[in-house]
Design a protein around this ligand. Structure first.
Ligand code: FMN
Length: 329
């Protein structure tokens, strides 16, 4: 798949997730074959950029191309300026967030709330597309609620505005994350527009990715929560979609090394205090994904107050997990 000048190495991409898709996690998922990995969303309100949190969100050092920055906002001019500023800082694709359901975001008519105002959507897309000479992509839900599922209209507006690719989460804003994602609207969207479409929502296995692609006709899939504690999912999905023989399962020793390297990269990126805190979330997911009895390890890893203590616990517990398998063999 091509987005502007960029030929993607894979059509399986990482979903933008605030609090998760920081630079270390993006690099990790890309190393397992995610075709794209957008940044956590950045507000278009430049007055809020002078915080370490915002600065980290705009940091792409060492990230493979193309570097995607997601922006959230509602003012066409502000979004255009924010897009320009991020391109100057190294963004190679600008992604616009019209999918976030959070009250904090929707209250200000951002994220998925924008779907209720199609004229404003058109103004925003036109403004941002005209402001930058890099591809602009869009992420949406299927509508505000089930009585106002206007995803097809929005997709047509996007295609007519010069949006280079569209990702669609198969839920309305009112659904939040409840129930199962539906793919009919994504199929309808794909039938109407000729820009690349990524299907998103509840894709958690290689088989599900294949089914969703077949059902919707989408060009690619976007995976969010199924990557938590399992950044290697992209490798498995890519292999399945390419109908290659199943990729060999990672050895436990390899997984341990990946986790420890991930921890290291978080500590370097965030520093001592924030590093321990952010790593807890990922360690909790790794424990849930991998360990038969995660409680003891979780307690130690989530309770550790320094990077050194947390890292030592990680070595101990994941080393034990590697040895368990060796003893059983
Ligand atoms: C913790 C978390 C944070 C998220 N943050 C964003 C965000 O900043 N921008 C966005 O467009 N979507 C965001 N999303 C939505 C995801 O990109 C994705 O659409 C959603 O999780 C459904 O995909 P999944 O079922 O594969 O997880 C977030 C989701 C989660 C779970």
């Amino acid at each position: 798949m091509r987005i502007g000048p960029y030929l993607l190495p894979s059509t399986v991409v990482l979903a933008p997730m605030a609090g998760v898709t920081d630079r270390p996690f993006r690099i990790l998922c890309r190393s397992f074959g995610a075709g794209l990995a957008a940044s956590e969303m950045i507000t278009s309100d430049t007055r809020l950029w002078n915080t370490s949190k915002s600065r980290r969100r705009m940091d792409h050092e060492g990230e493979p191309e193309p570097r995607v920055v997601q922006l959230a906002g509602a003012d066409p001019q502000a979004l255009a300026e924010a897009a320009r500023a991020n391109v100057a800082l190294g963004a190679q694709i600008i992604d616009l967030n019209m999918g976030c359901p959070a009250k904090k975001v929707c209250g200000k008519l951002c994220g998925s709330a924008l779907l209720t105002d199609e004229a404003l959507v058109a103004r925003i897309l036109e403004s941002v597309v005209n402001a930058v000479d890099v591809p602009v992509t869009l992420k949406i839900r299927t509508g505000w609620d089930r009585t106002r599922r206007n995803g097809v209209n929005i997709a047509c507006i996007a295609a007519n505005s010069g949006i280079a690719a569209l990702a669609v989460h198969g839920r309305t804003r009112a659904d939040f994350y409840a129930g199962a994602a539906e793919y009919e609207t994504i199929r309808d969207i794909k039938a109407q527009v000729h820009i690349p479409v990524f299907a998103n929502g509840d894709i958690d296995t290689p088989q599900k990715a294949r089914e969703v692609l077949d059902f919707t006709g989408a060009d690619g899939v976007m995976i969010g929560r199924a990557s938590h504690g399992a950044p290697w999912i992209f490798r498995a999905v890519n292999a399945h979609l390419a109908a290659r023989n199943a990729t060999p399962t990672l050895l436990r020793a390899e997984v341990r090394d990946i986790i420890l390297a991930h921890l290291d990269s978080l500590y370097v990126f965030y520093g001592e205090e924030t590093g321990v805190r952010i790593a807890r979330k990922h360690l909790g997911w790794y424990c849930e994904q991998l360990l038969d009895r995660p409680a003891q390890a979780r307690g130690d890893l989530l309770g550790a107050q320094s990077t050194a203590a947390q890292f030592a616990h990680a070595v101990q517990h994941f080393e034990a997990w590697v040895s368990e398998a060796a003893a059983a063999a």
